[in-house]
Design a protein around this ligand. Structure first.
Ligand code: ZN
Ligand code: ZN
Length: 300
């Protein structure tokens, strides 16, 4: 929780949705919309007539049903001339539930090979596994181990075993959303800065600069390296492209041998971080400020 959050509004929203009948109404509208996906075009969904909606929810008492339905209008449900439809907010609430409680298939992922380890002198294989909402990518030959949050639907509805790159695409989209300033949980604004430990002179566990991304709205914190912020900088994208790599395929856990990066804090007052990305021995040097904006870059 953070100061300035509209608390009473937030409680209102939770109160409206945290009722079985009301959630069943949202779910019935979701089901109606997803049964005829071809007809969902543009922002407006096909409305469901009142009587059909009541039948889907299974509430006999028309007055009681009407009361709960009216509580959901206009924030979560649109009332149109010919019936009711989910608003985008209503659809996001059911979508989050669907994403989190994916039950149609097993949401465990046994260790699945996702590629060779990129660590020099390691012949190991990287394997991905999924448990309790986390994807772990680990090398069977060295101590490379990356753990990421992922919703059960990622494993339940996507075919990770035959297409493990799905994990990479998901992770990339989450990182991009974060570094563009949107919280992946609540879409609130993100503050990005160098982790305090580095500025206080504590020894980092590896040579990467730990960057902290914190949501101003919900407090969610995530960490990346500094080079992650530059992966889609136009200069890096073109350097990779010239060397025959598509940056969208460069996974956190599968960096090509000929791509290297180094990063360190060159000044702490004001904070400046230097990142060097080297592709096929061609270096690119960036200087970032305390907000991690690029203030200088050169291709020597
Ligand atoms: Zn390894
Ligand atoms: Zn947030």
């Amino acid at each position: 929780m953070t100061d300035g959050r509209p608390t009473s509004d937030f409680d209102d929203v939770c109160g409206i949705v945290a009722n079985e009948t009301r959630f069943s109404i949202l779910q019935a509208l979701w089901d109606a919309h997803t049964e005829t996906p071809a007809e969902i075009e543009g922002p407006e969904r096909d409305p469901v007539p009142f009587s059909e909606l009541r039948e889907r929810v299974g509430v006999q008492d028309s007055g009681r049903f009407n009361y709960h339905l009216s509580e959901l209008v206009p924030r979560f449900v649109q009332h149109r001339e010919d019936g009711y439809a989910l608003t985008h907010t209503g659809a996001r609430i059911v979508g989050a539930a669907v994403s989190g409680v994916y039950t149609e298939t097993d949401t465990e992922l046994d260790p699945t090979a996702v590629g060779d380890c990129g660590v020099p002198d390691c012949d190991g294989t990287l394997e991905a596994s999924y448990e309790d909402g986390h994807v772990t990518v680990a090398c069977d030959g060295c101590d490379v181990r990356i753990v990421m949050h992922a919703p059960p639907i990622l494993i339940g509805a996507h075919d990770i075993e035959s297409n493990p790159d799905t994990l990479q695409q998901y992770t990339l989209s989450e990182i991009q959303k974060t570094i563009r300033g949107f919280c992946p949980l609540c879409n609130g604004p993100i503050d990005t800065r160098v982790a305090r430990a580095h500025l206080d002179g504590e020894a980092p566990e590896d040579d990467r600069v730990k960057i902290t991304h914190q949501c101003r709205e919900c407090g969610q914190v995530s960490h990346t390296s500094a080079v992650s912020l530059l992966l889609d900088h136009p200069a890096v994208v073109s350097l990779l492209y010239e060397a025959g790599y598509d940056y969208r395929d460069v996974a956190l856990w599968r960096r090509p041998d000929s791509v290297e990066s180094a990063e360190f804090i060159v000044d702490d007052d004001p904070v400046q971080v230097e990142v060097t990305v080297t592709v096929d021995d061609e270096p690119l040097r960036f200087l970032l400020d305390g907000e991690l904006q690029v203030i200088e870059y050169e291709r020597p």
